[in-house]
Every structure is written in C-alpha cells, then in structure tokens.
Design a protein around this ligand. Structure first.
Ligand SMILES: Nc1ncnc2c1ncn2[C@@H]1O[C@H](COP(=O)(O)OP(=O)(O)OP(=O)(O)O)[C@@H](O)[C@H]1O
Ligand SMILES: [Mg+2]
Length: 463
C-alpha cells in the first residue's frame, strides 16, 4: 500500500470513529432529554388534574362525569393520549385517535384501576414503549373508584430523534467522503516531492550525479529536497576530485616511465654508457617512488584516520625537526625559537610537514644562506614555521604552489613533483588550521603552519 493511501486510511478511520462517537453521544443525550420531558409532561397533567379538581367545574354527580368533563376540556398533545378508568374498566378516552390503544388492554386497565395513589410506569405496545401516569380520583357519594391515565408514546417521540440522527449521519457520511477526496489530493501534493526524491535516488548511479530535485517552497519536504541536492553536490565534487587526482597522478607518473624506457631502449654496450644509464634509471625510479609515497599520503588525507592526535611537546618537536634537517645539506641552520608547551596534535604528521618545508627551503637556498625552524603559541593558536633567506617565491606563483602537481616559476630544472606543499596544507587542515606564506623575492620565504591550540592536561602529557 502506498504511503498516501496509508496516511489517508488512518485519518479517515480516526474521523469515522470520532463521528460515530459523536452520533452515539448525541443519541444518548437526546433520549435522556426525551425521558425527562415525558415525565415532566405527565406531572404537568397531574397538576392540571389537581387544579381541575379544586375548581367549581369539578362538581359532578359521579366519577365518570367528572373524568368525562375533564377529557372534554383537555386535549392531548402529539404522542400523548388520555383515558379514564371507572369501576375497574376503561370508560372514555380523549377524542384524538392514539397510535396504539392502551384502554383495550384489559389486564393493564385492571392493574391501573387498583392504584390508590398517583403512579408511573412503562409498558410495551405494538408501537414501542409507552410511559404512563395513573392519577386516581373519587367523588363523594359515588362508590366507584376512578382514575385518569396519561400515556406518552416514547418511540413515536423518539422518531424525531432518529430523524435528526439520520440527517446527522448522512451529513457526516458526505463530509467523510469529501474529506477523503480532499485528503487524497492534498496527500498527493504533499508527497509528490518525496516521490521525486525517490525517483531521483533511483536514477542516480555513480555515473550520473548531475540530476537534481526541483525544489519548490520552504516547508520540511522542500528542505529534504534541498538537503538531498546538497548531498549530491558534495558527492559530485568528491567524485570529480577523485577523477582529477587519478588523471593528474597518471599523467605525472607517465613522464618518468617514458624517460626510463627511452634510456633503456637507447642503451648501448659501452660500460660508461651503461653506468650512466643505470644511474639515470635509479634516479628516475627514486623519483617515482617518492611521488607514489606522496600520492598515497595525499590520498589518505581526506580520511578521518589521517591524523592521530596525542600529546606533543612543541619544544621537543622543533628541536627534533632541526636535528633531522641538518644532515640534508650544508646550510646555515638556525633555531628561531621554541614554544615550551605541550599541545594536542599529531607529532609525526607535523614533523613530516616541516620536513617537506625544509626540503623546499634546501632546494631554493645556497650553502651560505640561512634556514631556520621555529615554534610559538599564542593564547589560541600554535605556529610552526620554516624560514629561509633564499630566492623567495615569485609573486605570480604564491597561490598556485599549494595546488597538487603545481610548481612555481622558480622551479625550472629541479625534479620536484609539486606534491610537497599540498601535503603540508592537508596536514595543517587535518589539525583545523592552514599554511601561510610570507616571502620577499630575493630575500627568502617563510612558510608557517598555524592551527588552533588545544592544551593537554599535565597527566596526559606525562604518559
Ligand atoms: N622555500 C621556498 N622558496 C622558494 N620557492 C619555494 C619554496 N618552497 C616552495 N617553493 C615553490 O613552491 C613550489 C611547490 O612546492 P612543492 O613542495 O609543492 O613542490 P616541489 O617542491 O616542487 O615538489 P615535491 O615537494 O613534490 O618534491 C616549488 O616548485 C617552488 O616553486
Ligand atoms: Mg617540495
């Protein structure tokens, strides 16, 4: 069953139960009111009879005449009938023909004739139940006992109630059908975007991420559509990035492979030639190895386990980096300063980033120029930097160099792949920070990794 039919089914069931409950309650209330009204009616008749008995008009020779006179003067209302009993038998009845005759029921009449005080009762007749009141009367000098019987035809009066309930039921039925129709249409309109989301999701394979949902309005369903579209945007971007990454990597790896193949094809038998070729091939393979390693680091950088934060003593980290850097080349090595603080970070990744910066600095300086490593903290952030007094980064390359496989205009002739700075940027980003470049051409460059400071408790730092 569709969601539309299920929702509507439940709504209609609830409405139906509510309507049925209302009808039942109304019926009960109306019937109670009717019972009360009929009893009031009977006591009203009894009051009228008492008033008649007190009036001069009631001076009649016998009981029969007394009740006859009364019946002549008092006509019953609708659903009502009066008759008199004299001497144990039905005597006269009011002029209007009642729906059913009670005065012909001998047993009932005999029973009623025995009453000495006013009484009430109910009997079942061919036209349903009848509520009656019996009011005994007597006349001085007449030994016969008389009584006035006032009968109210309950079911006849109730017929009106049933008419009202019938109309109510018919109207409720019509309202239910109308509500069903309107509900069906409204549910269809509300659920249309959900159906669209479902169809779109079905159609979207890995290959077609371009489809979007047509979002209208600003309700919850529209929000669902928008969220879905945003998710698709992200997916599409991620897939495009991945494809571009693989394209770039394939392209870059092709160059060293071509070089190696070319040399191997042209290789002669001359031992000197062989030695040169072997060195070249080893160089190229070393380059490929480095590139593959760097690519693997970059490929991993989007994953949550790229960094493993722990307690890192910044002073130790800075000094250790400088110690690892020194043997790389003969330069004027310096320690710019150390932050005597323990912070939460991934120490190994930070050293890896700093060594990438150091390798760059080495590549763009000469033996007598300076390379410095330093660290510092402010109230909110950590800074780690590598500074050199080399040629600096040309202004036209400053943003480009942070992109994958992009190298600066000063990189002609070196064998870099353009993966170092993207790795540094990825490590900074994984710490919630970024890399900043300050450079004056001809005077050097400073690359600073900056990320938010998270202090570590003393206990954790000692572990
Ligand atoms: N300290 C620096 N001084 C001057 N230019 C720099 C410096 N560091 C980086 N660059 C410029 O930025 C470019 C990109 O650096 P990156 O580390 O990303 O790649 P690479 O060093 O060329 O290659 P790889 O690091 O993959 O071996 C370099 O080619 C160079 O032009
Ligand atoms: Mg580099």
């Amino acid at each position: 069953m569709s969601a539309r039919a299920r929702i509507l089914g439940w709504v209609l069931l609830v409405v139906l139960l509510a309507l049925a409950g209302t009808l039942l309650a109304t019926r009960t209330v109306l019937h109670n009111q009717l019972d009360q009204r009929l009893d009031t009616e009977i006591s009203h008749e009894s009051a009228k009879l008492r008033a008649y008995l007190a009036s001069p008009d009631s001076r009649q020779p016998d009981v029969d005449a007394l009740l006859h006179r009364y019946l002549e003067r008092n006509l019953p209302e609708q659903h009502e009938t009066f008759f008199s009993i004299v001497g144990g038998a039905a005597a006269r009845r009011s002029a209007v023909e009642p729906p059913a005759r009670l005065d012909t029921d001998r047993a009932l009449v005999a029973d009623l004739a025995r009453a000495t005080t006013p009484g009430y009762g109910t009997v079942e007749t061919a036209v349903g139940s009848v509520r009656y009141g019996v009011l005994p009367v007597s006349v001085e000098g007449d030994p016969r006992r008389g009584a006035l019987v006032v009968a109210e035809f309950v079911d006849h009066a109730a017929g009106q109630i049933d008419d009202v309930l019938g109309v109510m039921a018919a109207m409720s039925g019509a309202a239910l059908v109308l509500a069903g129709l309107v509900g069906w249409l409204v549910a269809g309109r509300i659920l249309a975007p959900v159906r669209e989301v479902r169809l779109a999701a079905e159609q979207i394979g890995e290959s077609d991420l371009t489809r979007r949902i047509d979002v209208r309005g600003s309700d919850d369903v529209a929000a669902l559509g928008r969220t879905f579209n945003t998710m698709l945007d992200r997916l599409e971007r991620a897939f495009a990035d991945q494809r571009e990454f693989i394209d770039d990597a394939g392209h870059e790896l092709r160059t060293p492979i071509t070089i190696v193949r070319g040399h191997l094809e042209l290789m002669g038998d001359d031992p000197d030639d062989l030695a040169v070729t072997r060195r070249l091939v080893q160089d190229e393979l070393g380059r490929v190895q480095r590139m593959v390693d760097d690519l693997l680091v970059l490929a991993k950088s989007g994953r949550p386990d790229f960094v493993h934060p722990g307690a890192v003593d910044l002073a130790d980290l800075t000094v250790e980096t400088l110690a690892k850097a020194r043997p790389l080349a003969e330069r004027v090595w310096r320690l710019d300063g150390v932050a005597e603080t323990t912070v939460r970070a991934d120490g190994q990744r930070l050293v890896q980033a700093l060594l990438q910066l150091v390798a760059n600095a080495v590549r763009h300086t000469t033996a007598e120029q300076e390379i410095a490593v330093g660290s510092a903290v402010t109230a909110t952030s950590v800074r780690l930097w590598v500074r050199d007094t080399g040629e600096g980064v040309p202004p036209d390359s400053r943003t480009r160099i942070f992109e994958r496989f992009k190298r600066g205009s000063n990189a002609d002739g070196d064998d870099g792949a353009g993966l170092g700075l993207p790795i540094v940027a990825a490590i900074a980003a994984a710490h919630g920070g970024s890399v900043r470049l300050d450079s004056v051409p001809g005077r050097g460059a400073t690359f600073t990794i900056e990320f938010p400071l998270t202090r570590v408790s003393t206990v954790e730092a000692l572990r």
